[in-house]
Ligand binder design. Sequence first.
Ligand SMILES: *Cc1c(COP(=O)(O)O)cnc(C)c1O
Length: 480
Amino acid sequence: MKYLSTRGHAARPEFCDILLGGLAPDGGLYLPEHTPRVSRAELDAWRGLAYADLAFEILSRFISDIPAADLRAICRQTYTAQVYCHVRAGDDAADIAPVHWLEPGRFGLLGLSNGPTLAFKDMAMQLLGNLFEYVLAQRGETINILGATSGDTGSAAEYAMRGKHRVRVFMLSPHGRMSAFQRAQMYSLQDKNIINIAITGMFDDAQDIVKAVSNDADFKARYKIGAVNSINWARVAAQIVYYFKGYFAATANNDERIAFCVPSGNFGNICAGHIAHQMGLPIERLILATNENDVLDEFFRTGIYRPRKAAETRVTSSPSMDISKASNFERFVFDLSGRDPAVVRGLWREIDQGGAFDLRGTPHFGRLADFAFVSGSSTHADRLETIRKVYERHGVIIDTHTADGVTVAWRHAAALRVPLLVLETALPVKFADTIREALGRDPETPADLRGLEALPQRVDVMAPEVETVKRFIADRVASE
Ligand SMILES: *Cc1c(COP(=O)(O)O)cnc(C)c1O
C-alpha cells in the first residue's frame, strides 16, 4: 500500500516511511492511495476473531512493508488483557474494547478507555510504541519525541513509549495546571527514557516551544526530533479496528447495520470511523458530538468550516475536546471532494491564512449524504444532566467527554432502527471534579491506580524559553 498527500505531492511513500514523520512535504496529510474494500466473505471470517487478530487483518490491508508474521506478533504484543485491564465490573478485559449495554441490543458504550492512562488514545498509542521500536531497530535509528500536553495525549504517549529501545520522550506540560491525578500519572514514571518538563507558563507556551524547536531544521535533524501528534496516520489506522470490533459485538450477523456516536475534537477518532465506513463496514450513521467548541458541528450542519481563534476557544469540562481547528478534518474533506488534491489545496490556502471556507451549494457538500454523518453539540449543563441520568437509570458513571457523546446520541436515537454505540473516550476518575458536581460523589479509582498521587515524582521545572529547552535536550542526548 502506497500513501498520498491530500494536497497532491508526487511522492508515494509506504507505511513505515510515514510512521515516524508528521505532515507530507507539501503540508498535506497522508492517506492510503485507495481505501481497501472488505468483502462479505472477509467480514464473515473476521466476526469471530480475537481483537489482536482482527487488528492484524485490518492493519495488514494498510501496511505492506512489514512482514505478516511480524505485524501479527506486534498486534498480539499490544492488545492484551493485561494492558487494557481497567474494565467495569461485568465486562471482559480480554475483549479489549468491550461493549457495555445501557439498553441491551439498542444503546451501549464501546469501552475504549481501559488502557494504562484511562483514555481512548491508549488504543492507538500502545500500538505506536511497539511499531516505533520495531521500525527503529530495523533501520538502526533513534528518535527523540518532543511534545506538549495539557493532559491526555502526553500521558498516553509516555505510557506507550516507556522502556522502549531507541526512543526518548521529552514532554512539556504547564507547571501547576494539570489535575493532581494527571500530574501523578506522568511525573511518577521512573523510566529513564521518559523526561517530563514542566514549563512555568500556559499550555500554549509549551506548544509554542515545541513548534519553535521543530521549525529549527538543523536542531531537528541533529537531535532526531519527532512527534506523535494526532495527524499521525498510524494512530488513525489503529483506531479503525475498534469500529469493526464494536459492530461484531453489537450485531448478530453481517446483514445488520449499526450507528456510532463519537465525542470529537481533532476529528482523529471519527476519521477512523469514516474510513471503516468507506471500507464497507455496514455503518448507518456516524454521529459527531462536540462540546461548546462546535467548529465541526457547525460544518456538518451548515457546510461552513470556520476555525476559531485561540482566544475564542472555550475552556470546558470536557477539555480534551477544546480545539479551535480540527487537524484531521482535511482527510475527510479530501474524500468529500472526490479525492481532488486541487480542491483541498484551494480550501486550505484559506484555512492556513486564518480564514474559513463555505461549501454550501457546491457539489462537494451535496455529496455529504453519501457519508453517513450527522452532528450535534452539548454544553456543561447538558453534560451534568446526562451524567446524572445515566447514573440514575443505569447505575453507570460516565466521564464528561462520553457525556457529550451520550447527550448528542440521545437526540438521534429515536430516528434510528439499528444498535447505537457511544464511544467511551475516558474513564470518569480523570475528571472527578465534574463528576462530584453532577453526582455529589467521587467516581471509583481503579485498584491498581490507588495511591498513585503519593508516589515519588520526577519532573524538571523550566522557564518558557526555547533556548533553555534546546540546551536541556542537547545535554540529555549527549550524556547517554
Ligand atoms: C482526544 C480525546 C477526544 C477527542 O478525540 P479526537 O480524535 O481529537 O476527535 C475525546 N475525548 C477524550 C477523552 C480525548 O482524550
